[in-house]
Write a protein that binds this ligand. Structure first.
Ligand SMILES: [Zn+2]
Length: 296
């Protein structure tokens, strides 16, 4: 099936009060784990790549893998560029076949963030590529983006409404108290902000920093308007632990493919349990898809 963008996927999720999982892949095997889990659960899914992963493998290589994996799959899949500050890389990914991109100009003053995010929308829309934009500062480390706790700040609901009206994003990432990386204590989610932002902007909300949140927190955020949930750190851990765990248990055996299989299984298991928890299993809804419409 051709790749889709996030527009129809997320508007259906918002209407149905479930969320589509957005999983940060690291290589071919982890991308395959996402596609297989989605197909087995009949779920829409978003494959995300960090800017660092794109630079590591190259945009054409990555896009080729994803096209090969999704070509024969029945699962609706979007290919999304996560947190990107670099307009040249955004343009490169759009040209290489990404169907969705995130502009992260959240470290800039409000008006600059609006202007830069709007530029990306104008660049992406003619190619039917969807855009996610961020407001506020999400604490933690996401590849090359570091935000210290004292520098983090939550999105202001009135500013969020103004931001979305001016930018027109397809998906909006307001800082609501979640964090990238591993939580040290109980995260304090600003549900009141999430509720006001979702109601005021009427744009599907992306929940960043999904790894480590409890099932109850996920359910509440999804009920309040989060239609996309980002999972990255969990995959990094499963990727390393799956491989190393296999080797530690069979340390006289040097059979890399068995270790890679164990790694794949661990990554896929986590993704499948996320898809079930977010309520997107069984939501592939093949009937609504008209060939040539929203399909790239
Ligand atoms: Zn993020």
């Amino acid at each position: 099936m051709p790749l889709e963008n996030m527009r129809a996927m997320l508007s259906r999720a918002s209407a149905g009060r479930y969320a589509v999982g957005a999983f940060n892949i690291l290589d071919y095997s982890s991308a395959k784990a996402v596609v297989q889990a989605a197909e087995e659960l009949d779920a829409p899914v978003i494959i995300q790549t960090s800017a660092k992963t794109v630079t590591f493998w190259g945009s054409r290589t990555l896009a080729g893998w994803i096209r090969e994996l999704t070509g024969g799959s029945k699962a609706p899949v979007a290919l999304h560029l996560d947190h990107c500050k670099d307009l040249d890389l955004i343009r490169e990914c759009i040209d290489a076949g990404w169907t969705s991109v995130m502009i992260d100009a959240s470290a800039r003053p409000f008006e600059e963030n609006v202007a830069l995010s709007r530029r990306v929308v104008e660049m992406a829309r003619p190619k039917d590529v969807t855009v996610e934009a961020e407001l506020g500062a999400i604490v933690g480390v996401e590849d090359d983006i570091h935000v210290k706790e004292q520098d983090s700040h939550l999105a202001d609901p009135a500013q969020a409404v103004e931001f979305c009206a001016k930018v027109g994003p397809d998906c909006f990432a307001p800082a609501i108290g979640t964090a990238h990386g591993i939580y040290k204590g109980e995260p304090r989610i600003a549900y009141h902000i999430l509720e006001k932002v979702a109601a005021g902007t009427r744009v599907p909300i992306a929940l960043h920093g999904g790894t480590g949140l409890s099932d109850g927190v996920f359910r509440r955020c999804i009920a309040l308007g989060c239609a996309k949930v980002n999972i990255s750190t969990q995959i990094k851990y499963a990727f390393i632990d799956g491989f190393v765990g296999y080797h530690n248990a069979h340390n006289s055996q040097y059979d890399p493919l068995k270790a890679i299989q164990a790694q794949f299984d661990k990554v896929k298991k986590g993704i499948a349990s996320n898809i079930r928890l977010f309520g997107s299993a069984g939501k592939a809804d093949h009937e609504w898809r008209v060939p040539g419409e929203n399909n790239l």
